[in-house]
Design a protein around this ligand. Structure first.
Ligand SMILES: Nc1ncnc2c1ncn2[C@@H]1O[C@H](COP(=O)(O)OP(=O)(O)O)[C@@H](O)[C@H]1O
Ligand SMILES: [Mg+2]
Length: 391
């Protein structure tokens, strides 16, 4: 018995419901042969027990036909359920999990991180949406190369735009290019609610939400509209960026959002011609902050030309060059985040009940000036602390 014989026998086993076999899908690994004893692992994407059983039965039959006497198939299926166990107000209940990507500042790579993590999640077999909630600087359409595509409208609902296996929606897709909008507090709340309620998102495993920079009305509205499963902070290594990132992490704590970790972006630069590494903005400086918030740096992404060109040209590095060092770091970060999401759900999920406004249903907290039930984070910049803006 050889590995070739085993593989060829296993390539006769179709993945239930598909026309491709388990070897072609890349599900088979670690084949061990001892005389005519054969054992192997099959990593499948379905949690249905009958799928695992069918593969086991057919694999045993095919291998017996080619002379194996003792067949052990270890089937590794994802945990059931992938469902969210989160509670509280949820304007998009068919979306199972929400990842809020925040930063203290603009320009640190929040959108770049959101795009590449979303693609990395999709590459792991998850059904992924990407919501560009940065109403001031909606860059996601360009970063996905769909800046000229207008979404289809279905009644008063809008279909998300599809790109790179993701569903995406952005204020940029709804506005004319170059147009600016002056956002007041109540409008921000409405826009965020519509992004969740009026966009026809599919049953998504995870919706990645690229937030505007800072800790203001958009962040509070989002946390009140959906139970955010985990929050991620993106920072660059300079002290001034770290100062603002602390506020972003503090906001997660005040909003009862579990912290997934920190992405240290623009962390060092490796010269492509010489391979010499330069710490342009520093490197590893987010470590103490991670410790203070009892979290981790889940990726250090260097300054890389193809990350920038990928953003400008709508060709994300994780899609066009998935084996590059940076793509692998995005993939590892996505795997870390997903493991946390599953753990959070296994432990009862999250709830946004404690951050709801105290006003009666139908009355806006903005019209009464009422504060949320829980002390909300002090919004920065243009807001005055009510979660409603103060223009
Ligand atoms: N690791 C990186 N290497 C090179 N360029 C980067 C990197 N991360 C982000 N950029 C570039 O920096 C600019 C700002 O990034 P962006 O994701 O738009 O930031 P934010 O959303 O925080 O405002 C973009 O032009 C982007 O392509
Ligand atoms: Mg951005």
């Amino acid at each position: 018995m050889t590995e070739e014989i085993v593989k060829s026998a296993l390539s006769k086993v179709m993945y239930p419901g598909f026309t491709k076999d388990i070897v072609t899908f890349g599900f088979v690994n670690t084949i061990t042969i001892n005389g005519t004893d054969v054992s192997f692992n099959v990593e499948i994407t379905s949690s249905a027990p009958e799928v695992a059983q069918q593969i086991k039965d057919e694999a045993t039959q095919e291998l017996t036909t080619v002379g194996a006497t003792n067949v052990v198939a270890n089937i590794k299926a994802p945990q059931i359920p992938r469902e969210s166990s989160s509670k509280g107000k949820n304007l998009a209940p068919h979306v199972k999990n929400f990842l809020m990507v925040s930063s203290g500042k603009g320009g640190v790579g929040k959108s770049t991180t959101s795009v590449n993590l979303a693609i990395a999640f999709a590459a792991q077999g998850l059904k992924v949406g990407l919501l560009d909630a940065d109403i001031y600087g909606p860059n996601i359409p360009r970063m996905l190369g769909v800046e000229d595509i207008k979404p289809e409208i279905n009644g008063n609902k809008v279909l998300p735009i599809k790109a790179y296996g993701l569903e995406m929606m952005s204020m940029g897709a709804l506005m004319e290019p170059g147009q600016s909008l002056m956002w007041r507090g109540a409008m921000i709340m409405k826009a965020i609610e519509q992004f969740l309620r009026d966009i026809l998102w599919s049953e998504l495993d995870i919706l990645v939400i690229d937030m505007p920079p800072g800790t203001g009305d958009a962040q509070l509205s989002l946390a009140q509209s959906i139970p955010v499963t985990v929050g991620l902070t993106v920072t660059t290594p300079q002290t001034v960026s770290l100062d603002d990132s602390r506020r972003s992490l503090d906001m997660f704590k005040k909003l009862d959002i579990p912290i997934a970790g920190i992405v240290e972006n623009m962390s060092g630069f490796i010269a492509p011609d010489t391979g010499v590494e330069y710490d342009i903005f520093g490197k590893g400086t987010a470590g103490p902050m991670a410790k203070d918030f009892d979290t981790k740096i889940i990726a250090e992404i260097p300054i890389e030309m193809s990350i920038r060109t990928g953003g400008d040209e709508g060709k994300p590095i994780t899609f066009v060059d998935p084996t590059s060092a940076s793509s692998k770091r995005y993939a590892a970060a996505a795997a870390t985040i997903w493991a946390q999401v599953e753990e959070i759900n296994a432990n009862g999920g999250v709830s946004n009940a404690s951050v709801q406004p105290t006003t009666p249903p139908g009355v806006s907290a903005c019209s009464t000036g009422a504060a949320p039930a829980k002390a909300a984070p002090a919004p920065q910049g243009e807001s005055c602390g009510t979660g409603c803006g103060c223009h």
